[in-house]
Design a protein around this ligand. Structure first.
Ligand code: SF4
Ligand code: FES
Length: 334
């Protein structure tokens, strides 16, 4: 007898290990039915539950108790039950709620994408494009913060922070001494170092890679180029401190940035050290492997902004197509 748990997401059945979250079950299916995640990060313990972008509808709780859950739930924090049925892109209610979440995240986040280094690889920019309203209903002044200098390698731009806590968990889990965290509470919460310490641990640069928006950026890459004009290339070196597996970002023949490699959900595969990230910017420092596989949500990968690829099983079910008319219209615009 299999110990696996059967769950249906947007009409697609998948069997997963007990204790798996709905989000990770959806990731095992893949494609467009995977809910977006701005704070959950599979490599970071305790991440998730902060941003609500991963909301889904549980239309059947389980085989034993088929009652639907009364409210939408965060898929990154909800574990699967046998026989559970979940709706993501097939639920107009979920799409509407996600629009609301994006609108709320954008209340304070500045719309400075034209000058932000994260533009083109910003998860909030992608979400805003897919679910955002054309205009804000917010009439008050945006929340702004004094600039805080956290060192010569990392730029903190607090106005853009969405308080996902990923950088805090990263510093907690992969560095020896975390010197930054979330100070204050409520709308006064901010990322900071309290006594103006520089964030300078050997692995501190990884907070740049985990930040889903442009709140933490690489000072050595700042304003050097738009990401869609660069050429990402996989490379490695024999590094005594980290795996040495990186992506080099080329502008012509010059390496203008080094980052960790990321998977299809924009999550770092292996955290890298600051020497690889900030000090090894000559091609001769690296063994080149070949062009990087670009994430489907990256602007570097063409088609993201005008196409959608629903799984065949969804396209074959008229009920799902009707339930999710708006999403399917995107497909027909191709
Ligand atoms: S600085 Fe970035 S990673 Fe850190 S909490 Fe803010 S948005 Fe999240
Ligand atoms: S990804 Fe689930 S709440 Fe943020």
């Amino acid at each position: 007898m299999s110990d696996k748990i059967k769950i249906t997401i947007d009409g697609v059945v998948v069997e997963v290990e007990p204790g798996t979250t709905v989000l990770n079950a959806a990731r095992q299916i893949g494609g467009n039915i995977v809910p977006p995640a701005m704070c959950y990060y599979s490599k970071l313990e305790e991440s998730g539950g902060k941003c609500r972008t991963c909301l889904v509808k549980v239309s059947k709780g389980s085989e034993k108790d088929p009652r639907p859950m009364p409210k939408l739930v965060a898929s990154c924090r909800t574990t699967v039950m046998d026989g559970m049925e979940v709706q993501n892109i097939t639920s107009p209610e979920v799409i509407e709620a996600r629009k609301g979440v994006v609108e709320m995240l954008l209340i304070n986040h500045p719309l400075d994408c034209p000058i932000c280094d994260q533009a083109g690889e910003c998860h909030l920019q992608d979400l805003g494009f897919e679910h955002g309203a054309a205009q804000t209903r917010y009439e008050f002044k945006r929340r702004t913060f004094e600039r805080v200098d956290i060192g010569d390698k990392i730029q903190l731009h607090m106005n853009r922070c969405i308080l996902c806590y990923r950088c805090v968990f990263t510093a907690n889990q992969i560095t020896d001494n975390r010197v930054h965290g979330v100070l204050g509470r409520g709308d006064a919460s901010e990322i900071g170092t309290y006594i103006q310490q520089a964030v300078d641990n050997d692995f501190s640069g990884n907070v740049i890679d985990v930040c889903p928006v442009g709140a933490l950026t690489d000072k050595t890459f700042r304003f050097k180029n738009r990401v869609w004009f660069t050429k990402p290339v996989d490379a490695h070196r024999d590094c005594p401190t980290c795996s040495g597996n990186v992506t080099l970002w080329y502008k012509g023949e010059e390496v203008i940035r080094v980052t960790a490699r990321k998977d299809q959900y924009g999550e770092v595969e292996n955290f890298i050290c600051n020497t690889c990230r900030f000090d090894k910017k000559a091609t001769s420092d690296w063994e080149i492997e070949g062009p990087s596989k670009v994430r489907h949500t990256s602007v570097i990968s063409s088609n993201h902004y005008d196409t959608m690829q629903p799984l065949p099983v969804i396209q074959q079910k008229p009920a799902l197509i009707i339930a999710n008319q708006e999403q399917f219209q995107k497909t027909s615009k191709q």
